[in-house]
Design a protein around this ligand. Structure first.
Ligand code: PGA
Length: 255
């Protein structure tokens, strides 16, 4: 049985003061939540990591801290970049890698995504590796081939045991921040393809264990339908994660 995971990607939102309030509000809204059913991750901007870490640790909150990106090197002359060991030292447990905004707006390639995923694993954190097709690729019948090649390239060089423990997020690019969602059947079909690609590259055990999330305009009204699909293990939530009330409702999807 794979445990559900709901991750909030705050993107470039919230100062560290706002982030403190957001995580405190979220924790009130999550009181009495059965954390045996769901892992919760918040991914604030780098400038808020230390503040959110302090709130999580001082209030003993069962919330995991995530980062939105990382460099693959451990240190060096890379002005403006952040290294995996710096994140690990802040008790960051999860790192989003290869988000479509990084790929589209910052030119990240599959090869870079792969280096980042391996560096995150080497620093003993969990990468959330994002894959997903554009609208043009979907319309050209290339959705499955696109995600298969992103998975194959992004996870290259990881062992089956390592892949078993990571998280993959399927985020069709046309559904991100647009209010459009993939319908649960479509999302689940692509996620089965991703699991099949993991099985062929890293074995059946890795495919059984790896958690695969859906992302793209997830909100309190549609989360239950995604979670009802047996292949969908959780969600990567952007816009709705900025509102603690909404994000708490997404996290408590069964209530
Ligand atoms: P969205 O973003 O929920 O605002 O569509 C999802 C994401 O980009 O991770």
């Amino acid at each position: 049985m794979r445990k559900s995971l709901i991750a909030g990607n705050w993107k470039m939102h919230a100062t560290h003061l706002e982030a403190i309030q957001m995580v405190q509000k979220l924790s009130y809204r999550l009181e009495d939540t059965d954390y045996g059913r769901v892992d919760v991750v918040v991914c604030p901007p780098f400038t808020s990591l230390r503040s959110v870490q302090t709130v999580i640790e001082s209030d003993h909150l069962p919330i995991h801290l995530g980062a939105q990106d990382t460099h693959w090197e451990s240190s060096g002359a890379f002005t403006g970049a952040i290294a995996p060991p710096m994140l690990a030292k802040l008790s960051v447990t999860h790192v989003i890698v290869g988000h479509s905004e990084r790929r589209q707006l910052f030119g990240e390639t599959d090869a870079e995504v792969n280096k980042k995923a391996k560096a995150v694993v080497a620093a003993e954190m969990t990468p959330i590796v994002c894959v997903g097709e554009t609208l043009e690729q979907r319309e050209a019948g290339q959705a499955e081939a696109t995600v298969r090649s992103q998975v194959a390239a992004g996870l290259k060089g990881l062992s089956g045991e390592q892949v078993a423990a990571i998280v993959i997020a399927y985020e069709p690019i046309w559904a991100i921040g647009t209010g459009e969602t993939a319908d649960p059947d479509t999302a689940s079909a692509v996620i089965s393809v991703i699991r099949d690609e993991v099985a062929s590259g890293w074995g059946g055990d890795a495919a059984e264990s790896v958690r695969i999330l859906y992302g793209g305009s997830v909100n309190p009204g549609n989360i239950a339908a995604f979670m009802a699909k047996k292949d969908i293990d959780g969600a990567l939530v952007g816009g709705a994660s900025l509102d603690p009330d909404k994000f708490a409702s997404v996290i408590r999807y069964w209530m």
